[in-house]
Write a protein that binds this ligand. Structure first.
Ligand SMILES: *[C@@H]1O[C@H](CO)[C@@H](O)[C@H](O)[C@H]1NC(C)=O
Ligand SMILES: *[C@@H]1O[C@H](CO)[C@@H](O)[C@H](O)[C@H]1NC(C)=O
Ligand SMILES: *[C@@H]1O[C@H](CO)[C@@H](O)[C@H](O)[C@H]1NC(C)=O
Ligand SMILES: *[C@@H]1O[C@H](CO)[C@@H](O)[C@H](O)[C@H]1NC(C)=O
Length: 238
């Protein structure tokens, strides 16, 4: 009898120790979110309840999970004055469907690893200070419906792989420093100038601006002899 009591006391003590040391460990997605938070400057302390001692991140500010497996489905933190960068760790959130970080102060590049989040449906990164290009493998995100990268400092060519995104319904690349010809291919052919405005070095059918060959000739001949085309011609050859 004494022995049973002793064992019982021991088990109570050990389970209490387990709880107090937080041995019910935070899920992998939770650990990943803490890595992502570690590269952010959260000056308003919005993320105070992102605690390593929790078991699950599903009740953390801005986080939603899939109901069955408790994997992270959404990061929703717009207008939070978040600074810092988007950590490449984002690629480990393999069931992420929505990333909404618009209207913050994030800088650095869009990490290539985001293309590993193959369930992504919506990416909202409008109005930050993001630099660099669009990862070409973004064309692998076959569920992507919304891609809003407007009002950043992104540059380079628009990857034709975006044209492979057959479910894309909303695209906004406006007010960046993109350049070159907008590929007139697949879903990229379905968007008009409102998706591209404010990138002065872009050309192509979608922005009603013919691209020119290296000789200065328009690649697509304008219908009427446009003054602009004539001007360029004289500059090059006079
Ligand atoms: C974090 O953000 C605040 C306010 O935006 C800023 O004053 C501070 O310098 C930033 N800190 C770092 C380390 O970037
Ligand atoms: C994207 O798809 C291409 C072609 O299928 C593949 O080679 C590449 O590894 C994929 N990228 C990612 C990040 O999964
Ligand atoms: C955008 O295109 C529409 C029609 O396609 C045109 O009416 C409008 O003037 C264009 N805006 C700019 C800024 O080019
Ligand atoms: C894209 O964003 C710009 C500026 O943020 C806005 O003026 C434009 O209407 C947007 N275009 C679309 C297609 O939503």
């Amino acid at each position: 009898m004494k022995m049973v009591l002793l064992l019982w006391i021991l088990s109570v003590i050990s389970s209490a120790t387990l709880l107090s040391t937080g041995s019910l460990a935070l899920s992998e997605d939770g650990l990943t979110l803490l890595e992502i938070m570690s590269t952010w400057n959260d000056s308003r302390n919005i993320l105070a309840n992102w605690q390593a001692t929790d078991e699950s991140p599903c009740k953390w500010t801005g986080i939603s999970c899939h109901p069955h497996d408790q994997r992270v489905s959404s990061i929703n933190l717009p207008y939070m004055e978040l600074g810092g960068i988007i950590s490449p760790s984002i690629g480990k959130l393999s069931r992420l469907q929505r990333l909404a970080l618009h209207q913050n102060s994030l800088h650095g590049s869009i990490p290539y690893e985001i293309t590993q989040c193959t369930e992504l449906r919506a990416i909202y990164l409008r109005a930050n200070y993001l630099q660099g290009g669009i990862p070409a493998d973004i064309g692998n995100l076959s569920h992507l419906t919304i891609l809003d990268l407007s009002s950043n400092s992104l540059k380079g060519a628009i990857p034709s792989a975006i044209g492979r995104l057959t479910r894309l319904r909303h695209l906004n690349l406006s007010t960046n420093f993109f350049s070159g010809e907008i590929p007139d291919f697949g879903s990229l052919s379905t968007f008009g100038n409102n998706s591209f405005i404010g990138n002065s070095d872009l050309c192509g059918r979608q922005v009603h601006k013919p691209c020119r060959t290296s000789l200065g000739f328009p690649a697509v001949l304008p219908h009427a002899a446009s003054d602009e085309a004539a001007g360029k011609f004289h500059l090059k050859f006079s």
